[in-house]
Design a protein around this ligand. Structure first.
Ligand code: SME
Length: 144
């Protein structure tokens, strides 16, 4: 299972494998990646492992775009229609919606899971709960 993948591997491998499993198995997850808080610049996110098309957004300051807002607030962001979002960084015109789930250690954000979809409004409560569970489990790895 996904939680076992996280248990058995080191952080880097766990992040890579989670990207692959989500990307390959959930048809409306069209870009799956992690942004990690930069240790030298703690107000910036750096792109980590991902699956899908390369993105120009390799570094994102806190507050910018959906990823930056999730990092700044520590909240999960579900944007069912990115065309309605003013603070948004586009990676591809194909992307219609996005969900960003923060990963926290002792209440502090260390990274986040970012998923783009080519569908409008594909995310429901189950996606939110399921992805939050993955991020909670990953948080243990960040502590190691
Ligand atoms: N759309 C994001 C930027 C990252 S890409 O989706 C990979 C945002 O608005 O923060």
């Amino acid at each position: 299972t996904l939680l076992k993948i996280i248990d058995k591997n080191n952080l880097q491998k766990a992040l890579e494998d989670i990207c692959s499993v989500l990307y390959e198995n959930i048809s409306y997850y069209n870009w799956v990646g992690f942004y990690l808080v930069d240790k030298e610049k703690p107000n910036e996110l750096v792109l980590g492992p991902y699956r899908g098309e390369p993105t120009e957004h390799v570094r994102i300051p806190f507050g910018k775009g959906i990823c930056g807002q999730a990092a700044a607030t520590g909240m999960t962001f579900v944007v069912q229609d990115v065309s309605k979002e003013t603070n948004y960084l586009s990676c591809s015109p194909k992307v219609k919606s996005e969900i960003v789930v923060p990963i926290k250690v002792d209440g502090k954000i260390v990274g986040e899971l970012d998923i783009d979809s080519h569908l409008l409004s594909p995310f429901d409560e189950f996606d939110k709960i399921f992805l939050n569970k993955i991020c909670e489990k990953l948080s243990e790895k960040f502590k190691e």
